[in-house]
Design a protein around this ligand. Structure first.
Ligand code: ZN
Length: 169
């Protein structure tokens, strides 16, 4: 794809990509069925900056790093990209754009979409709700003994320690 031409023509980029054709992402997934939906508009803004803006959405399934169960993760990535040929050009872009360095010869759409999705993945994917992990057989080591409220609030303990150490000074 030539994003410069797409921007100059005010074109749109719409379609779906199979998750299975994104190898770096697929490696992290529990299931590679499914698609990424791409909805992008390109153009040139009033400052003459070529841009591509839009959304990438996908429903992926990864392994929860707490219970090792399956975790469904909706990804909804908004992109606002300003096109640049060089690092220097990228640095000059206004702040509301993420720079997109376009290599000679254009972009491979799948690579680019994959990069964006990888960036949007949480570092350590986990169920939001501990009960979902518990349903997969995970037992919180803290919760197993007595329901001591202090032990469930590490920051409260830390705050108490800080307070104590201040007093000693
Ligand atoms: Zn979990």
């Amino acid at each position: 794809m030539n994003p410069w031409r797409l921007a100059a023509e005010g074109g749109r980029l719409e379609g779906v990509l199979a998750l299975a054709v994104l190898p770096r992402l697929a490696e992290l997934l529990n299931r590679t069925e499914g698609v990424v939906t791409v909805t992008m508009t390109a153009g040139v803004d009033e400052q003459g900056i070529p841009f591509v803006i839009g959304r990438l959405t996908a429903a992926i399934e990864v392994v929860c790093q707490r219970c090792l169960g399956s975790l469904r993760l909706p990804l909804d990535v908004t992109v606002r990209l300003g096109l640049a040929r060089t690092e220097a050009e990228a640095d000059r872009l206004p702040e509301h754009y993420e720079p997109l360095l376009v290599p000679e010869g254009g972009l491979v759409i799948a690579d680019w979409v994959e990069d964006e999705l990888l960036l949007a993945l949480p570092q350590i994917p986990r169920h939001d709700d501990l009960r979902e992990c518990a349903a997969n057989g995970y037992r919180a080591s803290l919760g197993e003994c007595a329901p001591d409220p202090e032990s469930r609030q590490p920051f409260a303990v830390l705050a108490a320690l800080l307070r104590d150490s201040k007093i000693k000074e």
